[in-house]
Design a protein around this ligand. Structure first.
Ligand code: MTE
Length: 360
């Protein structure tokens, strides 16, 4: 397994999708290592990143618990540390492929990256706090605040970024201060953030300032108005928060409209991932989905992590335009869909995407 690229080794930087607030896409076509180096890890910020003073910073644990407390970074680092590798994908990754076009940051393929996260399990903090019997969710609250850019309805005044997870997800949640062996950078949540394994990136609250245990399902803006979708219960629409990341594969190379030499061998490669299951098959089509062939994995199965794959394509002699597609399967036999599910609006974009290449 390859590790992080050495500093300075990256060929090109992040792609600017928005500068205020900063939203940067990882150059997915450069996918080479298993881990994304910190300087190429995508950045998704809704507001300006807060600059927090690590020496005076305290993370509060409060709400439906027996002992409320605040913990400094020095104290947090003394608790048993765990390191987990995890892929984070923004729920809006691939939005540019939606038709008709959707509002929002126009991500292509690269709002997805993988890192080794180091921190303390949320379970350790909750055990120390002692949950009250009626505790039902944990709200993770960030220190950044502002007015959401999305169209109304929106709350009056500034709000902070916060989201909740169910209590059962605490064991898969890290309160992380390290990323690929270094301190978090400001854009990735310094000094501390949540990393909710298997969920879309929006759950992994950065600049975490409070962990609040609540006794009723949290109805915050970032899980009712934004990052939410309409489900149906007995014929009635019900609004639900987005959560588990959907099964997806994507082609890193060839790039869209790349020129490929007729008659040569070409290494097609990419990655595949899914929320809480593992990907166990990726297939490739070089004829717009008419026929499919198996690819070879470069990485072992690892829950919550992507697997890179490759396929040696014998490029036809016949010149012209070819459409390449990849599709993934998970450990329960589900296949990546061909169409976007419109219930999810401009999120959960995990359908197969055709990469057009020109053979000449
Ligand atoms: N946490 C806070 N406090 N503020 C934010 O804007 N963005 C969320 C999440 N956590 C966000 C946040 C979203 S939408 C994503 S996809 C991930 O952070 C991105 O994490 P990254 O910037 O480290 O890649």
């Amino acid at each position: 397994m390859q590790t992080t690229r050495a500093a300075g080794e990256s060929q090109a930087g992040l792609i600017i999708r928005e500068s205020e607030p900063v939203n940067l896409e990882s150059p997915f076509d450069q996918l080479d290592g298993y881990l994304t180096s910190n300087d190429l890890f995508y950045v998704r910020n809704h507001f300006e990143a807060p600059r927090l003073d690590v020496d005076s910073f305290e993370l509060k644990i409060e709400g439906a618990i027996r002992h409320s407390f605040a913990i400094s970074m020095a104290e947090l680092r003394k608790l048993p540390a765990v390191t987990r590798t995890a892929t984070l994908e923004c729920a809006g990754n691939g939005r540019v492929f939606l038709s008709p076009p959707a509002e929002g940051v126009q991500w292509q393929l690269g709002a997805v990256s993988t890192a080794e996260w180091t921190g303390v399990s949320l379970t350790v903090l909750l055990e120390r706090a002692g949950l009250l019997q009626d505790a039902c969710e944990v709200v993770l609250e960030g220190a950044d605040q502002g007015t959401p850019k999305t169209p109304p309805p929106k709350p009056s005044g500034e709000i902070c970024y916060s989201r909740s997870i169910g209590l059962e997800k605490a064991k898969d949640t890290l309160i992380a201060y390290g990323m690929n062996g270094e301190d978090l950078t400001i854009d990735h949540g310094f000094p501390v953030r949540a990393v909710v394994l298997g969920h879309y990136g929006m759950a992994s609250v950065k600049w975490l300032k409070a962990i609040r245990v609540v006794t009723e399902p949290f109805q915050g803006y970032w899980q009712t108005t934004d990052y939410a979708y309409w489900d149906e219960v007995e014929g009635s629409p019900v609004r639900r928060p987005l959560g588990v990341a959907a099964l997806k594969s994507a082609i890193a190379q060839p790039r869209m409209r790349e020129l490929v030499a007729a008659g040569e061998s070409y290494r097609v490669f990419g990655a595949a991932w899914c929320g809480d299951l593992v990907v166990n098959r990726v297939e490739i089509s070089t004829d717009d989905g008419a026929t499919w062939q198996a690819t070879t994995f470069l990485d072992p199965e690892c829950p919550f992590c992507w697997r890179r794959w490759e396929f040696l394509w014998q490029v036809p002699q016949q010149r012209g335009t070819y459409i390449l597609k990849s599709r993934a399967w998970d450990s329960e036999g589900n296949m990546q869909p061909e169409e976007h599910d419109r219930r999810f609006g401009s999120y959960v974009i995990h359908h197969t995407v055709g990469i057009e290449v020109i053979v000449q």
